[in-house]
Design a protein around this ligand. Structure first.
Ligand code: SF4
Length: 363
């Protein structure tokens, strides 16, 4: 296959097949830069030049988790050193602190606590909404929706509707990892399977709850599984249009069981990271937004990702124990002034956005 012609075809509107995308994912020479450049051209057309970010804060309510995924350094068993579970007052205090920092989004990002029921999730939403009124609550994952459903004996649709009523504006598209069951059986065997993830995401979109889309790559899967995953996301987006953005999450290996056991590689390389961003842009022709996760890639590679198809720098965060516990350096907070330096250096404007990608007026 003539790669340059393929990229020209994509720029002219051709929808990549899985086989074509796989051939791009396998490129190891300077052709990588051609792929990134084509993705950057498409970014310009689809999302414009402005780089966006959201002023947000993660709230981790607990790191106690029933899943104990092999790629994760955050989840603990109850009673393990460092295990925690916040009480009501602590959740309220964290939400108040977020509101004082003038965030527009709070992400509720925790372990899947084995004892949580639907009521536990609804309480957390209500406490957060009461302390941070008007702040968009981006919460939970399809795996937590399935857990609440199983623990409380109600359907996943009912769980989603009750969560929405309690203050959840959008659902995290996490727990996707790699949407290939043979890979999930190795990296996250206790999580919901691919079909359940797809079903719950589509139910959320059907209930008017937008979600993000994610991929956690660089651990055990190969290029073929990454493309399969992208294809599943593209198909869902064709059906529902409910994804707000694609977020490639590179595997942070350092403190994770899968790496210690010699099952996972020590993460993706820089080439793979840039190709993941670029091919997400090229393949996902029905997504407007491709996000860079600076907490995992670091600011220098993130800047190059902005030249490879990405248009969003994620959030200020203030706290990302999930990346930090897995061994990521500097995953806590990114000052918008540093974002401005990165984007000004590539002659792109930076603008604060809301969760739905509407821009925050500075006037
Ligand atoms: S990735 Fe999520 S579900 Fe898996 S162990 Fe970590 S916190 Fe638990």
């Amino acid at each position: 296959m003539d790669r340059k012609q393929l990229l020209r075809d994509v720029l002219a509107g051709h929808r990549l097949t899985e086989g074509e995308a796989l051939s791009l994912m396998l490129v190891k020479d300077r052709g990588v830069l051609d792929i990134c450049s084509a993705a950057d051209e498409i970014r310009e057309v689809r999302a414009g030049d402005t780089v966006t970010y959201v002023r947000n804060q993660n709230i981790h309510v607990s790191n106690i988790c029933k899943n104990l995924c092999g790629f994760c350094g955050f989840g603990r068993r109850a009673g393990d050193e460092g295990a925690f579970l916040d009480d009501e007052e602590t959740v309220r205090r964290k939400a108040r602190l977020a509101a004082e920092r003038q965030v527009t989004e709070i992400c509720l990002l925790s372990g899947v606590h084995p004892d949580f029921t639907l009521d536990s999730y609804l309480d957390i939403l209500r406490w957060t909404a009461e302390e941070a009124p008007g702040v968009h609550i981006h919460a939970f994952s399809p795996d937590e929706v399935a857990h609440a459903s199983a623990r409380s004996g109600v359907s996943t649709v009912e769980v989603l509707e009750q969560m929405k009523e309690a203050g959840m504006f959008s659902l995290q598209g996490t727990a996707a990892e790699i949407l290939v069951d043979e890979v999930r059986a190795v990296i996250c065997p206790r999580k919901i399977d691919t079909a359940t993830w797809v079903r719950i995401i589509q139910q959320a979109h059907g209930a008017g709850i937008p979600t993000t889309a994610t991929i956690m790559y660089g651990s055990y899967e190969g290029e073929r599984e990454r493309i399969r995953h992208l294809s599943i996301l593209r198909d869902i987006q064709d059906r529902t249009g409910g994804f707000t953005e694609m977020i490639p999450l590179t595997y942070i290996h350092t403190n994770t069981p899968l790496y210690r056991q010699g099952i996972a590689r020590p993460g993706a390389t820089g080439r793979e990271d840039l190709l993941m961003i670029a091919i997400s842009r090229l393949f996902l022709d029905n997504f407007r937004n491709i996000q860079v996760s600076w907490g995992k890639l670091g600011t220098k590679l993130s800047q190059l990702a902005l030249l490879s198809g990405a248009n969003d720098l994620a959030g200020t965060m203030f706290s990302d124990d999930v990346s930090a516990d897995a061994g990521a350096a500097d995953a806590e907070f990114l000052d918008p002034e540093i974002m401005k330096r990165i984007t000004a250096d590539i002659k792109r404007p930076l603008c604060q956005r809301y969760t739905d990608y509407s821009l925050v007026s500075t006037g």
